[in-house]
Write a protein that binds this ligand. Structure first.
Ligand SMILES: [Cu+2]
Length: 302
């Protein structure tokens, strides 16, 4: 079962969820060394625990959840973000032992998405590719004291035994106001109502466009697709801004996406209000699939 990303995000936006998942923990640890004049501190936030049911009747276990999401700070600028799915002892949980991070999305319920204003501002997201995001030096995602974050997850499990895991995110943070702020540009082949769309067997391309309401410097972009995906691109008035390739590996006896390409630049592209941005999602799937995704998640300095 693959629920529409956006619908679930909207649920987070409209429900008041005082519950923090038990065990959610914020841990500050070692410094990394950027930007040059301000050392970034790594803060690890664990979301969970989540117990995913075991696979049964030939189908993987599936656990969709949503809830409130602790932030790595009350107020700071986030310059990098690295997600993982881990066991209680901190070791990585992946399909070779059962669990798959089908996706998570963290949104700020206190702000509206630029592209789809009915949604919360979608700040962080990943599938099992677990993309490590590092913004170009001097840029950051601002976190405000009043921001209220929520998380949706969908976790799967190919093992017959239930598995208890956490979504663990390393945030690299610097003091509030020390970077040029960026905002999310979420370009989704599914559009604004859902992230899922259907593909036939064989090669296919699915595009969706948005006329930009903002002008600014686009500095980072990464892709998200499901297995069968080949690449997903972002274009601005027809010119390619980022083309994110899906790289595969064998895990748990399956060929599965292990990474999606990342594009960074200062800037990658200069976007003007009125430009036609488009996301173009290319698949070559052995079978028809009802629910795939093609997303470019980018950040822009306005
Ligand atoms: Cu997905």
């Amino acid at each position: 079962m693959r629920r529409a990303l956006l619908l679930v995000v909207s649920v987070v936006a409209t429900l008041v969820l005082p519950l923090l998942a038990p065990g959610s923990a914020v841990t500050a640890s070692a410094s990394t060394g950027r930007p040059a004049d301000v050392a970034a501190q790594t803060v690890t936030v664990r979301y969970g625990p989540y117990t995913i049911p075991g696979a049964a009747f030939g189908k993987p276990g599936d656990l969709p959840t949503f809830g409130a999401a602790p932030k790595p700070c009350a107020a700071c600028d986030i310059v990098g973000e690295k997600p993982d799915l881990v066991y209680a002892d901190g070791t990585s949980a992946n399909m070779d032992t059962g669990p798959m991070l089908h996706h998570f999305v963290i949104g700020n319920n206190s702000a509206h998405d630029l592209v789809c204003p009915a949604d919360p501002d979608r700040l962080w997201a990943s599938g099992n590719e677990r993309t490590d995001k590092e913004l170009p030096e001097g840029y950051g995602v601002p976190v405000h004291v009043t921001d209220n974050w929520g998380i949706i997850t969908e976790l799967m499990n190919y093992s017959s035994a239930p598995k208890t895991v956490y979504v663990s995110i390393d945030y690299r943070i610097v003091p509030a106001g020390s970077t040029t702020p960026v905002r999310s540009i979420w370009m989704d082949a599914g559009g604004c109502l859902t992230s899922d769309y259907a593909i036939p067997a064989g090669k296919s391309v699915h595009s969706w466009g948005w006329t930009s309401t903002v002008s600014g410097r686009l500095v980072f972009a990464n892709g998200h697709q499901h297995d069968g995906g080949v690449h997903v691109s972002l274009t601005d008035d027809g010119a390619t801004v980022c083309d994110s390739n899906a790289e595969y590996t064998e895990m748990g006896g399956m060929s599965t996406i292990m990474s999606m390409g990342v594009c960074t630049g200062d800037p990658l592209a200069t976007v003007h209000a009125g430009d036609r941005l488009a996301v173009n999602s290319y698949y070559d799937s052995p079978t028809a699939q009802l629910n795939v995704m093609g997303i470019i998640h980018a950040y822009i300095a306005l």
